[in-house]
Design a protein around this ligand. Structure first.
Ligand SMILES: NC(=O)c1ccc[n+]([C@@H]2O[C@H](COP(=O)([O-])OP(=O)(O)OC[C@H]3O[C@@H](n4cnc5c(N)ncnc54)[C@H](O)[C@@H]3O)[C@@H](O)[C@H]2O)c1
Length: 350
């Protein structure tokens, strides 16, 4: 990303599955060292520290004690959503910045509390939305942002995956919307550069489902650029599965672009009108995108620290990410109440 990085000390809280993705990235972030590992399950904290070679680091089960002993610059929160508010409150009160796993919180109320606490502490609390850090999504977005397709009319995302997790997800309510669609809704905001104004959603549990509760949903969002975002998702679909990133199609007034969620990108725009169907010409994928987006977790963590150094807010800073989380909770409310829901109402809890 250019330029020297300051030395930074980080403390990890929550040493479960996803923390490995963060810890693999740490050695690729210049100047970053891990000073502490905290987990309610001490054995997990110890295991992570050993596995990744941070043998001098503090190991503990209590965040307050770890903060006091190690004085980190930033806390990486890889705990579960229910712990998010308490981790944020404690870390921000100790003067740390927080970089957290998704989702921002387990409720809109707790998410708003986190935003208020970060503002009061004058610290950054941001969310890891790693699906923004992929070269194909950056290129797909650029087609729209550059105006190559004309004004955006519609963005569609399809996500069907037969995910046999076992464990807590099989018992969880709103499992698709809460645990997965947060990524796709956040991606829609990134791709369009717009925010949702209203949503209509329906959730259901497909026949033969191995989940206790609804694992599929359709949603239609009205975006504040006048476009419509449609979403069809299922974690309970065997066959013809989509990418984890979902499959995307953007329709503009002069052309369309498609992204298969992996490396496949294509777009075409009108070359000549006058006959029943216009003549189209293909576009090659845009070359310009932010360099950090090609480096997964390491790129995102470097971007986070670069923002701190430059006194800028990262694009997934809590009060921005709140707008992605609100799409999830508005969709859940719409499905429960069988009506269209205003995002403003969910953001301000009316
Ligand atoms: N970005 C992604 O692609 C992605 C992928 C998987 C998981 N996640 C998210 O990461 C988070 C963690 O998921 P996971 O799969 O690693 O779960 P996990 O259950 O494997 O790990 C969570 C860990 O946090 C610990 N913990 C819980 N509350 C704590 C507290 N108050 N203090 C200290 N430790 C605490 C648990 O003991 C456990 O070790 C979730 O929010 C999940 O949605 C994100």
């Amino acid at each position: 990303m250019g330029g020297a990085m300051k030395n930074r000390k980080a403390l990890l809280v929550g040493c479960g599955g996803i923390s490995g993705g963060w810890l693999r990235a740490v050695p690729r972030v210049p100047g970053l060292s891990m000073v502490g590992f905290v987990d309610l399950d001490l054995a997990r904290a110890k295991k992570r520290a050993e596995e990744f070679g941070w043998r001098e680091a503090f190991i503990g089960a209590r965040l307050e004690e770890a903060l006091d002993k190690t004085r980190p610059d930033v806390v990486f929160d890889c705990t579960v959503p229910e712990a998010r508010w308490s981790v944020a409150q404690t870390a921000l009160a100790a003067g740390c910045h927080v970089f957290s796993e998704k989702p921002l919180a387990d409720s809109m109320e707790n998410a708003r509390r986190i935003c208020a606490a970060a503002r009061a502490a004058g610290r950054i609390h941001a969310v890891m939305q790693n699906r923004r850090a992929l070269v194909p999504i950056a290129r797909f977005r650029r087609w729209i942002e550059s105006g190559a397709l004309g004004r955006l009319a519609q963005l569609d995302a399809d996500f069907v995956l037969g995910a046999h997790f076992g464990g807590f997800r099989d018992r969880m309510r709103h499992v698709l919307l809460l645990d997965m669609s947060i990524h796709h809704f956040d991606m829609a905001r990134y791709i369009t550069g717009a925010n949702a104004e209203w949503v209509w959603c329906r959730e259901w549990n497909p026949p033969g489902s191995w989940y206790d509760h609804d694992a599929a949903a359709v949603a239609v969002f009205g975006m504040n650029d006048g476009s419509i975002f449609t979403y069809r998702g299922s974690w309970c679909g065997e066959g013809l599965n989509d990418s984890w990133q979902a499959r995307w199609r953007a329709q503009g007034e002069r052309g369309a672009a498609a992204w298969d969620g992996e490396e496949g990108l294509r777009a075409e725009v009108v070359a000549k009108t006058g006959s029943f169907r216009s003549e189209m010409t293909p576009l090659s994928p845009p070359e310009e995108y932010d360099a950090w987006r090609k480096d997964g977790h390491a790129g995102i963590i470097q971007y986070f620290f670069r923002c701190l150094e430059e006194g800028r807010e990262p694009e997934t800073v809590c009060h921005e990410n709140l707008k992605s989380l609100a799409m999830v909770f508005a969709a859940i409310r719409s499905a429960a109440e069988h009506r269209e829901v205003s995002l403003e109402d969910v953001l301000t809890e009316r």
